[in-house]
Design a protein around this ligand. Structure first.
Ligand code: ADP
Ligand code: MG
Length: 399
């Protein structure tokens, strides 16, 4: 079986209505297949076409992408207001599933690289955060988890508005009530619940989002874990905490990374601090090696500081920044630290939801004065299930 189409410039793909797409450029290559830039024949418009390998597993996964993105586009974002890539068409050509998308520009990793890995101005990060959060609000509403949020999967628009970004690559996405895979998310952006083997929700995308925001500022990944053990070590060091006991008590992989130093007691939330009453202690590298019978791969230190607060506060200022700008920048950095703390929060229940995060002063631009306390999120009750109850004034009782 020939499972690869040889795609080169001027190759022509034809859809169900005999519309022709002429390959102009190769945009990306992966295990799934290729992404090419095509001119829509007889028009001036260009589209990006993802050509999937002629193999069942890849085709099945790509059909999930078609289904989820189709649903998001049509039902949850019909007017294209929420920074999610538009899917334009899909068809089978010579046994290959092809998906066409609106043509977008560079991804955020490329943008960081073009900026010599020095980080982007905070004003741009605020703008991007607002847009990504809009997409995450809509995805949560739809009960959809992206599962692979990272700078490479956020693209800058080529349209008139150069500061617009869109989320792409729903090839790993799933419905919240149908989480099947345990090995998901790219490592640097992997949430503690996925790492530990604990039931996951749309909150895993919020963790990844926090990592992305930090990386846009630092120019380098916040948690560049060279292995899962290294990743967990970095998280606990940078946050000055370990995952809460109530998660470690039930997570499938706790024993891979932690040893027991006491009995499980009901320590409530207090057990979350390192060395503070928790019956769990993270292994040393030597203990890990003895237990797993392999050396953990540990990466090098990227920053001169360990805690999130110190890393952000001490990050070098851009050259030639006037004094009054430095003062303003420093106060925005405080807002950024507070913002990140709500996102890279170990407990998925406490971690801010997209709607909570979007009201943070870092995003709204309001002055930041004290730690943000989001409103509790009221569970959404579908309209059809809303029960109307008569309230009898005076009696003070619901009847
Ligand atoms: P993968 O599953 O391989 O990550 P993606 O959907 O992320 O597949 O596409 C791979 C790459 O192709 C992207 O990182 C990006 O560089 C490019 N690409 C994908 N979609 C588009 C698009 N709509 N416009 C421009 N480039 C795109
Ligand atoms: Mg991708």
């Amino acid at each position: 079986v020939n499972s690869d189409l040889i795609l080169s410039v001027n190759f022509v793909l034809v859809n169900r209505s005999q519309q022709r797409y002429i390959v102009k450029d190769i945009l990306g290559q992966g295990t799934f297949g290729q992404v090419v830039k095509c001119q829509v024949s007889e028009t001036d418009s260009h589209v990006a076409v993802k050509v999937i390998k002629n193999q069942d597993a890849y085709t099945q996964q790509a059909l999930v992408e078609v289904h989820i993105l189709g649903l998001l586009n049509s039902k949850f974002d019909p007017d294209d207001n929420n920074h999610i890539v538009r899917m334009l068409d899909y068809f089978v050509y010579q046994h290959h599933l092809c998906i066409t998308f609106e043509m977008l520009g560079s991804n955020l990793y490329e943008l960081i690289r073009m900026n010599s890995f020095k980080g982007l101005p905070l004003s741009i990060i605020q703008l991007f955060s607002k847009q990504i959060l809009r997409a995450l609000v809509v995805m949560k509403e739809a009960g959809i988890i992206h599962c692979d949020l990272k700078p490479e999967n956020i693209l800058i628009s080529t349209s008139l508005n150069p500061a617009e970004i869109k989320i792409i690559d729903f090839g790993s996405a799933c419905f919240e009530h149908r989480t099947v895979y345990s090995y998901i998310q790219s490592r640097y952006y992997r949430s503690p619940e996925v790492l530990l083997g604990y039931p996951y929700t749309t909150a895993i995308d919020m963790w990844s989002f926090g990592c992305i925001v930090a990386e846009l500022f630092l120019g380098l990944p916040l948690f560049p874990g060279a292995s899962e053990f290294d990743l967990l070590k970095r998280m606990t060091a940078t946050l000055g905490l370990q995952p809460p006991d109530h998660i470690l008590n039930v997570a499938r992989n706790t024993n891979k990374f932690f040893k027991r130093i006491g009995h499980i007691e009901d320590t409530g939330d207090a057990g979350a601090s390192i060395g503070c009453k928790s019956p769990y202690q993270i292994l040393t590298e030597e203990e890990y090696e003895a237990r797993e019978r392999k050396k953990p791969v540990m990466g090098k230190q990227y920053f001169n500081f360990v805690t999130l607060e110190d890393i952000v506060k001490n990050y070098p200022h851009r050259k030639n920044l006037p004094d009054e700008e430095i003062a303003k920048e420093n106060s925005t950095r405080l807002a950024l630290i507070d913002f990140l703390k709500g996102l890279v929060e170990f407990d998925p229940v406490k971690r801010w939801s997209p709607l909570q995060a979007v009201r943070h002063p870092f995003v709204t631009g309001e002055p930041f004065t004290s730690p943000y306390r989001p409103l509790l999120e009221t569970p959404r009750i579908p309209v059809s299930q809303t029960v109307m109850v008569d309230y009898k004034p005076g009696g003070g009782r619901l009847v």
